[in-house]
Design a protein around this ligand. Structure first.
Ligand code: CMX
Ligand code: CO
Length: 193
């Protein structure tokens, strides 16, 4: 059973994750108790040992924002037109990501993006998806402060990763993908800006 599954919901918990060759493990603190509001002794934080910023990766969770929802489309121009004409959403960034075999258009919505994706070659993951399932939701990008730390947390949980280490994504981000088969059927991209 993984460290997080073993977690006692009534206490703080700690998870140590490897962050790379030569680097010391970083500590992630999962704050409890979940029933803090029901106690009369004050919030749990009063009793928690103070953590230095350097050794504590996150106190409230690793995901900081929905970075993007990615939609696989056959015709990027048609999809861009649809979003502009229907919702007034306009393209903030366009890029061909050769390593992934995709062309993308990012439409900004508040602090997040809609990522319209179309394949640039036949062996692209998105070409395979379109052939098998047709157009639709391809993956979710979750924003994280530190992609390496989040990736190690996934591995510590026994998750199947598609990138053993963080790699470059579009618009200068650092990303890593998690296989949908160990993530409740959703392809997940961890995105560090
Ligand atoms: N969402 C949910 N499930 C998916 C999926 C997706 N996007 N793509 C494939 N699957 C499912 C398939 O339906 C299949 O399930 P069944 O066995 O039940 O039929 C299973 O996953 C296939 O797994 P696989 O054979 O290991 O993998 P595929 O060759 O189909 O490739 C994946 C899927 C996720 C491994 C591949 O797309 C990948 O490596 N993706 C990461 C990179 C990527 O997607 N790049 C493009 C986006 C770049 C960007 O956002 O910047
Ligand atoms: Co993406």
């Amino acid at each position: 059973m993984s460290p997080l599954q073993r977690r006692n919901p009534h206490e703080d918990d700690e998870l140590f994750v490897e962050t790379g060759a030569g680097a010391p493990p970083r500590k992630i603190v999962i704050r409890g108790p979940l029933d803090a509001g029901a106690t009369t002794d004050g919030p749990a934080d009063d009793e928690a040992e103070p953590q230095s910023d350097e050794e504590t990766a996150a106190v409230d969770g690793l995901l900081t924002e929905i970075d993007h929802v990615a939609i696989a489309v056959n015709d990027l121009g048609e999809a861009i037109d649809y979003y502009r004409e229907t919702f007034g959403a306009i393209v903030d960034h366009r890029e061909v990501v050769e390593s992934d075999g995709v062309e993308e258009a990012l439409l900004k919505v508040a602090e997040s993006y809609i990522q319209l994706l179309t394949p640039t070659r036949d062996d692209s993951p998105v070409a395979k998806y379109l052939a098998k399932k047709g157009e639709g939701l391809h993956h979710i990008g979750y924003r994280v402060d530190d992609c390496a730390v989040a990736l190690e947390a996934v591995k510590a949980q026994g998750g199947r990763v598609l990138d053993e280490a963080p790699r470059p994504g579009s618009r200068g981000t650092t990303v890593a993908f998690i296989h949908p088969k160990t993530a409740f059927g959703t392809l997940i991209e961890l995105v560090q800006e």
